[in-house]
Design a protein around this ligand. Structure first.
Ligand code: 4AD
Length: 587
């Protein structure tokens, strides 16, 4: 076949155009039919029975010298116009033929270009395959006479500059530029830019390296010249490295699996991968420091840490949110709060606290409710309600000061929440009744669209609106008895209300719930009755009033809510390692 003929057949094939049924391939004298309305370039063959839709397709199929006939519109009852056959076909006009030829030439050129491109790519692939094959032969050796590398974690980089070190970690980011490979390495303690050059970039592992692979890199950490930036202002100039575990590329690559903006339920399934990201890991690091700071602040204030049980047979915050299970044939629950146990510790250990998981079978899908959350609770003896509030203020501010005193944590919080403002003391104190008035004055309605009245439980939306409007931490105090728990002490001035407090923070709402407790045994027994609680299983709690009672009070702080406020997270789920909520108990 001639080169032109071959190109023609290929062009036609590329455009899915079939050869004319009863024609010859060289085109000379071949008649080919085009029907612009009924024809089809892909399925047609250029016969009258199966015409093409365009003259270009006709030329590509039958050749540049073929004779094109185009279908005309026949008017019923009228004889066909001159030159038009009985089926309505007439030779293509001179202008039509010229246009078709032009189109045909363009199509041929396109085809040629595509072919050349494909060939180039094939050649390149061949070269790459060869390069990969060659790369397998490269074996890296440590430089002769190099000092032994000292094993360090990334956060120890600054004090180990200009010494030979080895660092292990995960490839957080990867980039090749001008014959160099830049790896941002992550080991959980920080990020380190590493530069590979020369032979180090030519090994099989270097050519096929992927994000999230694990590597060991040896070399010397050098400060960066001015104007260049990298974490901690330095980079590891590698002289040897090895891949420990290669992560998948392509469809299964890490970046494909946890793409930003992906469906939240998919990201929840892949939480084990999401936590490797800069934002999620920053929140978890802040969480760790916050827990340390709370413990240090409690220690400073003389409270002792205890670890109460999570499996219990008593309720604290109402039966509706209890998770129950079978405990050797007896009904038992996952704890809602360790408060009752903390109260029993007062005569033994003095003021106490615990940081323990609490469980709530919350049916609500809100952004601040978890089914399992970390509950920081404390109980203090021989104090007044005012002293309890002062202690809470001291705890929150003292903890924040400790957190911000650590430069790394401060930087993480600034990264997550650049607008965070340290709360100023004293916190605003707002009586429950004043809050009801505030909501009504501001036309903030109940969930069912009504005005608030004294006795209402202020719903999440209204509480959040009020807190966001006021935009400062608030001690909301003295809630009515009916909407609070059975154990709360009544206000001496008006027994319809309780010495209770919710701490509200902008953006989240309630982060702490606390109160003074009933110290009188008789009053507590009555409270069980009113609540319909059988006092028998609570004998140990009641005994706390029997064997030397005292005025006492305490509170529970939702650690994820505190963190959502501090790190400006949309939901408390982001502040939990593996959050559990309605319907999700995995991974
Ligand atoms: O107000 P609550 O229910 O109070 C108690 O459990 C008391 N017994 C605590 C005590 O006095 N020792 O819960 C206290 C705090 C809330 O303010 C909130 O921050 C958090 O616990 N919390 C939750 N956090 C996440 N998900 C949930 N489902 C939560 N329920 C309460």
């Amino acid at each position: 076949m001639s080169a032109i003929k071959e190109a023609l057949v290929q062009a036609a094939e590329a455009l899915h155009i079939s050869s004319p049924a009863a024609t010859e391939k060289d085109g000379t004298g071949v008649q080919v039919y085009v029907d612009e309305t009924q024809g089809n370039d892909e399925t047609g063959d250029g016969s009258k029975a199966s015409p093409f839709a365009t003259p270009v397709a006709a030329l590509l199929s039958a050749g540049p010298n073929s004779s094109i006939f185009v279908k005309k519109v026949l008017v019923e009852g009228e004889a066909p116009a001159e030159g038009v056959d009985a089926d309505g076909y007439a030779p293509i006009s001179a202008a039509g033929a010229k246009k078709a030829k032009k189109g045909y030439e363009v199509a041929l050129k396109k085809q040629k270009k595509a072919q050349e491109q494909a060939e180039k790519e094939k050649e390149k692939e061949g070269q790459e395959d060869k390069k990969l094959e060659e790369s397998k032969k490269i074996v890296l050796e440590e430089p002769a006479g190099a000092e032994p590398a000292k094993k360090i974690k990334i956060h120890q980089g600054v004090q180990n500059r200009d010494k030979r070190v080895k660092v292990c970690g995960w490839v957080h980011r990867l980039r090749s530029q001008k014959g160099l490979t830049f790896i941002v390495l992550r080991d959980g303690t920080g990020y380190l830019q590493c530069v590979l050059s020369g032979k180090l970039t030519q090994t099989y592992d270097a050519l096929t390296l992927t994000n999230e692979s694990t590597v060991e890199i040896r070399g010397v950490i050098k400060s960066l010249p001015e104007g260049k930036t990298a974490p901690d202002g330095h980079e590891l100039v590698a002289d040897w490295w090895q891949c420990i575990g290669k992560a998948p590329g392509g469809d299964e690559s890490f970046t494909n699996l946890v793409a930003e903006g992906a469906d939240p339920s998919i990201l929840a399934d892949r939480r084990h991968l999401v936590i490797r990201g800069e934002t999620a890991s920053a929140v978890l690091k802040v969480r760790s420091k916050v827990l340390q700071a709370f413990r240090a602040e409690f220690e400073h204030q003389g409270l002792t840490e205890v670890t109460p049980p999570c499996m219990v047979q008593t309720q604290v915050e109402g039966g509706s949110t209890l998770f129950s299970f079978d405990y050797y044939g007896q009904p038992a629950y996952l704890t809602q709060s360790s408060q009752l146990y903390l109260e029993t510790c007062l005569p033994s250990l003095g003021d106490v606290f615990c940081i323990q998981e609490s469980f709530r079978a919350e049916k609500s899908h809100t952004r601040r409710h978890l089914s399992e959350y970390t509950h920081l609770e404390a109980e203090l003896a021989f104090l007044s309600f005012d002293e309890l509030l002062a202690h809470l203020e001291e705890l929150i501010c003292g903890t924040l000061e400790r957190v911000f005193a650590d430069p790394k944590t401060k930087a993480l919080i600034e990264q997550l929440n650049p607008n965070f403002k340290m709360p100023s003391r004293p916190f605003m104190r707002m009586d429950y009744k004043d809050a009801i008035k505030y909501l009504n004055d501001k036309k903030i309605l109940t969930d069912s669209g009504e005005e608030h009245k004294v006795g209402d439980d202020i719903a999440e939306a209204a509480e959040r609106k009020m807190t966001d409007d006021l935009n400062v931490p608030i001690f909301l105090i003295n809630f009515p008895r009916e909407i609070k728990s059975f154990y709360m002490k009544r206000c001496p001035a008006d027994e319809r209300f309780t010495e209770s407090v919710d701490v509200l923070m902008p953006g989240v709402g309630e982060i702490v719930g606390g109160s003074m407790r009933m110290s009188d045994q008789k009053q507590l027994l009555e409270a069980y009755k009113t609540e319909g609680i059988d006092p028998a299983p609570y004998f140990w709690y009641t005994d706390q009033r029997k064997y030397g009672t005292s005025e006492h009070g305490g509170y529970g702080l939702g650690v994820e809510r505190f963190l959502a406020w501090l790190t400006n997270r949309w939901t408390v789920r982001e502040a939990s390692l593996y959050p559990r909520w309605t319907g999700r108990c995995t991974p």
